[in-house]
Design a protein around this ligand. Structure first.
Ligand SMILES: C[S@@+](CC[C@H](N)C(=O)[O-])C[C@H]1O[C@@H](n2cnc3c(N)ncnc32)[C@H](O)[C@@H]1O
Length: 206
């Protein structure tokens, strides 16, 4: 039930329009990815990897695991791996990011692009990312999230309770999602020319 609309939309019409929707974000998305301090051999997790828009901007000497619940988004992503010659260092898998099949402290980096506003339970998904990240590991959140206080809880929470069942929510705050997790926000940058999208770099506390 919680993922019914997501599966319907991300397996049908969204993949058709997705490339056009993502085009205006290309430059800023690349800049956001460059805010991460990559090291050769880093293991990078991308939950809700979709069609893999982040993949061409990553260094070629890191090892990437991208997971998603949509067969169609993953299928397009796999074609992209071939086009960009990324099959050696990138693996795409069908997996629910709210219940990751990875051990604790596995990854050095995580990239959450337009994911926390889509996943049904962003707190659960974020906690999973933190669990599988090594202490000192970095997380990039590239999304249209608010900060606490920018939108009243009394408005945001009821709207989110309904939109959670749709394909995306527009009232979530980063602070609510990360509350109680051992992470620190290191950097914040604008993620598009109008300031709707933001790029946050967080570190898992050592
Ligand atoms: C808006 S798209 C973003 C795709 C990609 N990260 C990007 O930046 O272009 C959100 C993706 O999250 C996926 N998704 C939603 N809920 C998920 C879940 N519980 N586990 C894994 N993927 C999920 C959707 O299928 C979709 O491909």
């Amino acid at each position: 039930m919680k993922n019914t609309v997501k599966l319907l939309s991300f397996n049908t019409f969204i993949p058709i329009f997705y490339p056009a929707l993502m085009l205006p974000l290309k430059g800023k998305r690349k800049k956001a990815i460059n805010m991460l301090n990559f090291n050769a051999g880093d293991r990078v997790l991308i939950p809700g990897v979709g069609t893999g828009h982040d993949l061409p901007s990553l260094p070629k000497d890191v090892v990437v695991e991208g997971v998603d619940i949509s067969d169609v988004m993953l299928g397009i992503g796999k074609l992209k791996l071939k086009m960009h010659g990324l099959e050696k260092n990138v693996r795409l898998k069908k997996m629910d990011a709210e219940e990751l099949f990875y051990d604790d402290n596995t990854f050095d980096k995580a990239i959450l692009s337009l994911f926390l506003t889509v996943v049904f339970n962003p707190k659960k998904a974020f906690a999973e990312v933190v669990r599988v990240l090594k202490p000192g590991g970095q997380i990039l959140v590239y999304d249209h999230l608010f900060r606490r206080g920018e939108i009243p809880d009394s408005v945001a929470k009821p709207i989110d309770a309904v939109l959670s069942y749709g394909f995306a929510s527009v009232t979530r705050t980063l602070d609510d999602i990360i509350e109680g997790q051992p992470v620190t926000i290191d950097k914040v940058a604008s993620g598009d020319p109008v300031g709707f999208m933001k790029a946050f770099i967080l570190e898992k506390n050592k």
